[in-house]
Design a binder for this molecule. Structure first.
Ligand code: ATP
Ligand code: MN
Length: 508
């Protein structure tokens, strides 16, 4: 730099006495720039390490002993600090989110500073990766490295460092299943090699599976059990995407499903109700085996059924409930409104208020007046279901109708079928019998008997005054219908070999 205005004693002697000692001559500009540089340096260091105090766990390098000359190292340290802060915040959020809930959701996958990561691939990976509203999406690695110290600098400890990795492996044993005994290893300065760690991990996993199998045998089915890690992940993703705000307690553990209450969030293209019900179809239970017939003989599923494994069949139940609910809603029958379906999880509006589900007709203990009101609603509802939705509930009873706001609401329609189903009319007859018996018990004097109700709903005029004969006639009708359907299908396949593929699976 050009030196201007150099002032020396010789050039301008002091008029008041001895000239000042011409010690260490240097330019003002130099003095200024040096001071400035020092100041800036201090400021910068303070900025980079604002809290190098006791709150830090000590594992982090301090400002004094680090060589700050390399921008790369600085950048990586910054990244590390940033990642750690992110993780700390995440832990706080996780704690807040889970509270004392029995069912907890882990945010582990969103941690930035993972101890030596390894990737596991599963045969049934969750393929729903909707990260549109994922608040962490922006932080997910695209160009920025995920971890602070992964570069190749000479003083950098990488995740492949044997000692560090060994310690981290030891710490990771904490993540094994709680029943897996890991001894005091975690508290000691034990270093596990990757190989040993992997063997232990594998063993822990197989132990977990074995104990799950034992549970299966005992047929213990609890809310916790149905919320397996994959379900938990799907639920977490719904929260993460903002569709749901919070997932609250379990409303019911039914035969085929577990229902939770949730506070609704928001979606771009659809309003989300403030209170939602999450129906998680059980993926582990035997119940579905007994119910094959509902889906196997439903022509809408016929082609798909034979090729599917049990897990996929259960997803189909959820799918079926969704489509049926949409049809029912379209016909103006009070029922839950579908919010979204992800695999075996169906989110719908919650029938009830302030986390209290509406009572079923069974639980509602209606007085005679309300019972009568309810009865006429059920008559209308059954007729509309048959005529407008072309559906038969197939599990209609006082347990699957809720009483809310002075209205009867229809729920649990995963098994509902079309009247042309090979056993559709039998299902309708059973529904009619349940309804008639219930309202008779309630004391509603005008209750039709099941055969009258059947004729009213179906528009068929089966003349018979006893149950056995009536059933025989229903079965005969089903047989005629079945033959008719088969002939029709044969004709189609003979004459339309080159059609445009199968008809749509559902007509909503
Ligand atoms: P079950 O075997 O007992 O019939 P399920 O597995 O068939 O149960 P559902 O009948 O659909 O499942 O739901 C079980 C219970 O969960 C219902 O009786 C009702 O109390 C509650 N429930 C389900 N859906 C809703 C909803 N949308 N709003 C409020 N409560 C609901
Ligand atoms: Mn039910």
């Amino acid at each position: 730099m050009e030196q201007v205005g150099i002032i020396t004693p010789a050039a301008r002697p002091s008029p008041w006495g001895l000239p000042a000692k011409p010690a260490n001559q240097c330019s003002l500009a130099e003095v200024m720039s040096e001071e400035l540089a020092r100041e800036l340096q201090l400021q910068e260091e303070h900025h980079v390490f604002p809290s190098q105090d006791s709150s830090n766990d000590g594992a982090f390098v301090t400002a004094e002993n680090i060589d700050t000359s390399s921008d790369e190292v600085l950048a990586q340290m910054l990244q590390m600090q940033f990642d750690k802060e992110h993780d700390a915040q995440l832990r706080r959020e996780e704690k807040k989110f889970n509270g004392d809930s029995k069912v907890s959701i882990s945010f582990e996958n969103y941690r930035k500073v993972h101890p030596c990561e390894d990737s596991e691939s599963s045969e049934d990976e969750v393929d729903w990766q909707d990260t549109r509203h994922d608040p962490y999406k922006a932080d997910k690695p695209t160009t920025t490295p995920k971890k602070g110290f992964t570069g190749k600098g000479k003083d950098i400890t990488t995740k492949h460092d044997e000692v560090v990795c060994g310690r981290k492996n030891t710490a990771r044993m904490e993540n094994f299943a709680p029943e897996f005994q890991v001894g005091d290893g975690i508290g000691m300065d034990l270093k596990l090699s990757n190989h040993v760690f992997n063997v232990l991990k594998q063993h822990s996993i197989s132990e977990q599976r074995r104990s799950a199998r034992l549970h299966d045998k005992k047929e213990v089915s609890t809310a916790e059990k149905v919320v397996d890690p994959k379900t938990r992940l799907l639920l977490y993703k719904m929260v993460n995407a903002g569709v749901l705000d919070t997932i609250n307690g379990c409303v019911s553990t039914g035969k085929e499903s577990v229902v939770f209450h949730a506070n609704g969030g928001s979606m771009e293209d659809q309003a989300v109700p403030s209170e939602c019900a999450i129906k998680v179809f059980k993926t582990t239970l035997n119940e579905f085996k007994n119910r094959d017939k509902y889906i196997k003989d439903d022509y809408r599923f016929k082609d798909r059924f034979s090729k599917l494994n049990p897990r996929k069949i259960i997803r189909m139940w959820a799918e079926k409930e969704k489509h049926n609910l949409k049809r029912i809603e379209k016909a103006g029958i009070p029922c839950p409104e579908v919010v979204m379906l992800k695999k075996h999880i169906l989110v719908m509006s919650f029938i009830g208020k302030d986390q209290m589900p509406a009572p079923t007709l069974k639980e509602a203990k209606l007085n005679l007046e309300d019972s009568r009101v309810a009865y006429y609603q059920v008559l209308t509802l059954m007729k509309q279901l048959y005529e407008k939705c072309n559906l038969i509930h197939a599990d209609l009873s006082e347990y699957n109708m809720l009483w809310h706001d002075g209205k009867v609401w229809l729920i649990d329609v995963s098994q509902s079928v079309e009247p042309t189903h090979p056993h559709g009319l039998e299902f309708l007859y059973r529904d009619c019998r349940n309804v008639s018996q219930f309202f008779q018990k309630c004391g509603v004097s005008e209750t039709l008997n099941e055969r009258e109700l059947f004729n009213l709903v179906s528009g068929l005029n089966i003349a018979s005054d006893n149950q056995a004969d009536f059933m025989a006639k229903i079965e005969a009708l089903e047989k005629v219908n079945e033959d008719h359907v088969q002939n029709h299908a044969k004709k189609i396949s003979t004459f339309q070999k080159d059609d445009d593929g199968p008809p749509p699976l559902f007509n909503e």
